[in-house]
Design a protein around this ligand. Structure first.
Ligand code: ZN
Length: 83
């Protein structure tokens, strides 16, 4: 079984897929990607290609520890331009 598949099952994050797992100084870094590629405004819920990507930034969340090792979820989020 691939390690990404194992982490997908282990973490069971809704709407996100594990694309990489690595070790960093903080512990295990699990990189995920949102399954939904469609652009949706987080404020008003508007969708569509007219929402231009203003910026991309990587967000991190601490997940439950894996034994004595910290587990950090990392995901690149797109900031959209919306009226
Ligand atoms: Zn909006």
């Amino acid at each position: 079984m691939r390690v990404t598949t194992a982490f997908n099952r282990l973490l069971g994050l809704p709407g996100a897929s594990v694309i990489d797992v690595g070790f960093g100084s903080e512990g295990v870094i699990v990189t995920v990607r949102l399954r939904r590629r469609r652009r949706v405004c987080a404020c008003c819920g508007q969708t569509g290609r007219q929402l231009k990507i203003r910026d991309r930034r990587v967000k991190r969340w601490r997940h439950l520890d894996l034994g004595s090792t910290r587990c950090v979820i990392e995901c690149e989020l797109r900031l959209l331009r919306c009226h």
